[in-house]
Design a protein around this ligand. Sequence first.
Ligand code: 7ML
Ligand code: ZN
Length: 881
Amino acid sequence: MKDPRPQPIYRRDYRPTPFLIDEVDLAFDLRAEQTTVTAELKVRRIGDPTAPLVLDGERLQLQSVAIDGEPLAEDAYTVTDATLTIPNVPDTFTLRTEVVIFPQDNTELSGLYRSGQTYCTQCEAEGFRRMTYFPDRPDVMSRYRTRIEADAAAYPVLLSNGNRVDAGTTDAGRHWVRWEDPFPKPCYLFALVAADLRCHAGTFTTRSGREVKLEIWVEPHNIDACEHALSSLRKSMAWDEQRYGREYDLDLYMIVAVSDFNMAAMENKGLNIFNDKYVLARPQTATDEDYENIEGVIAHEYFHNWTGNRITCRDWFQLTLKEGLTVFRDEQFTADMTSPAVKRITDVRGLRTAQFAEDAGPNRHPIRPDSYIEMNNFYTVTVYNKGAEVIRMIHTLLGEEGFRKGMDLYFERHDGQAVTCDDFVAAMADGAGVDLTQFSRWYAQAGTPTLVAEAEHDRDAGTYTLTLRQQPPSDTPDAPPLHMPVAVGLVGDDGRDVALTPDQAGPKVTVRGTTAICELTEAEQRFVFTGVTGDVVPSLLRDFSAPVRLHAPHTPDDLAFLMGRDGDAFCRWDAAQIFARQILLEAVAKADAGGPLDPRFVEAWGRILADERLDGSLKALMLTLPDERVLGQAMDVVDPDGLHHARERAVTELADANATTLDATWDALAPKGPYANDRDAIASRRLRNAVLRYRCAVSDDGRRSAALAQARTQLDHADNMTDAQAAFVRLVEAGGEHRDAATESFYATWRQDPLVLDKWFSVQAVSGQPDTLARVRALCEHADFTLDNPNRARALLGVFSVRNQVGFHDRSGGGYALLADKILELDRRNPQVAARLVGAFNHWRRFDEARGAAMREQLHRLVGTEGLSRDVYELATKALG
Ligand code: 7ML
Ligand code: ZN
């Protein structure tokens, strides 16, 4: 790990494993000073008869090795800091090793570690090797039996995968439990928990009538905050039966919530371990967004049981096989549980802000990467979210029925196997009876393609010709064309879609309702629709049918029209985004001229605000101007100050132009009763808080003061965290007295609740106030700030460096120095979390000379640091390019 020049691993170097491990018998003896792990492996040679047995192992103190009961002499094996090698082994044998490990000193939170008083594990991707010697690769699938022994009073709860088959007590107040998992699994799905936890239990009856016990395990004081997680789990189980015909396969499903966790959650077989942020929910402490995220993450981990666990990855280069597919499935689920339009818009917004940026930066990679230095760095938005877009395109090309046939065949062919992305694509193609050969290039091609659309309408002939041209990313100009579905509608004068009749002689088009799925397979193709006599505006890339940057031929009038009329909610929202982007970029270019916004935009925006038929959640999304990060992507040289000020001025201008409607909307949306977590109540809160944002930015002092006073009342009296946090944000952004008073009172109320305290840090870190950098620096010294808790570190530093463009890119360069300081500090304890923060420096080339040089200097400082982790090394060197 401290190798100064770590070497990459290449996908092309994959070799099948020479040995399988059919059965694994583990014994964990947990003691305060140390933990002893004994492993008995039933080993079977399947490859090269002369190959030595090479096992992975890190930070293990080897006590003994024996083969078939015979202890090995010290010269019969070699141990390095990463491996145990035994040269002469039989074809089948039992290997027994005993090692000592120190979970209490494990600050990386990988392998077996302690979070507070809880022992827990995180093995994906390569953490299992930190507990015992093993071929730590996902294509080795084994049946596990696990014995856990610990002090009975301190650790009354002992959990592992599968079924609890036996238990007992030993001397001196200790007890033990034995677990058995009947399903063969790769070692990255192993889990163990030893803790003093309480259980919120329930049941689920599968459609074949089996009763499954559901258990949510949390610290005693959180036992009141589990019902939402439990009901989310039930919904996920029912949904996977209905939508995919997939039932759960064990009699017990456990979820354990821990406070110190590097990621969101982990799908260990039968024993998911979660970051408690994605489990605990009470109206007073969790926002509507938190509730939705919890439901989505619970679903994601549950869906992995089929897409990930029953069928897993052959090697880590195939990560998107399980992650892209499972994200797609959790997106479908959330769409069904909430609103498909709102869910799609939210996801596309996230894709454009984070994934498009990654795909244009120094760490761009295909969804199936070709090499890595540290696998943990490849749990990326590209592998996950672009991966999900690739699955979505398959869904669009195959249709719901064809997609289901493909999935059924995939499960039938590969259940119990470790497979590749190619295996998946082949099953989908065979199951649906289509050719996906060209399509599979999406797995190999990095970068975001550009799609240029041009339209030509011959009214007399009634032919409407759409020319679609795809351009590969600029760094790979010779990349062959991709196969992509481009969903198109034509919106008539009256706001209704016209019926579409594609010209039979043209390229493949499938019409679904009034939307045509045009299959673009060449660099340029013409799609002709006949019988189009009246005026139409094209609605392009409906539902964001392909992950591309679209250049559409729309005029400002077209955009205003689509904003108000497009039947495709995504395109309707996107028209607002594109229009807003155009006027904001113009405003930045005009710098301090500060002229008024395009009145057509202001008018269209006002019509959205006043549209009585529009759902509140959608309206809130449409009224929100594009993020500064997305706007920055469209500039040759990113100007964070100019963007921030232009956006703030636009907010004020929109607020001024609509002041009375905003006030009236706010009044009309006052809560009708106590907190409810249903769709309408959520939509009302979203819209009301979006409106509050504008009301607090209005120029008129009287109106603004009144709005801020209402925000203060909302903070003090809200019966839910959504409203309390929204009000807190407004008061912090207002600065001065408002900020000081709100910051103090929010802290006083919530200082004891870590997850709410994270919000307190984040809201201050994201503030556009001019002194935010100084305040973030001070918050790093706050008694409640610690780098040891990943959530806390991300709440302050992750949020500041990624979501606060104007603050992080402060001209002084102080934001860069602060982040690099903290990355180095954190890297000594938790490289995975430290590495996640490096991405904020990725785009140094896109800023002005001074900022670019200052960022580059910090990257050099990182790379030049002795003892730097592989994790930070890889991303910092790539960022320098
Ligand atoms: C994505 C996860 C990891 C890393 C969870 C860790 C996981 C790996 C794990 C979407 C929804 C919920 C969690 C995650 C996520 C980054 C993101 N196998 O299940 O993928
Ligand atoms: Zn996952």
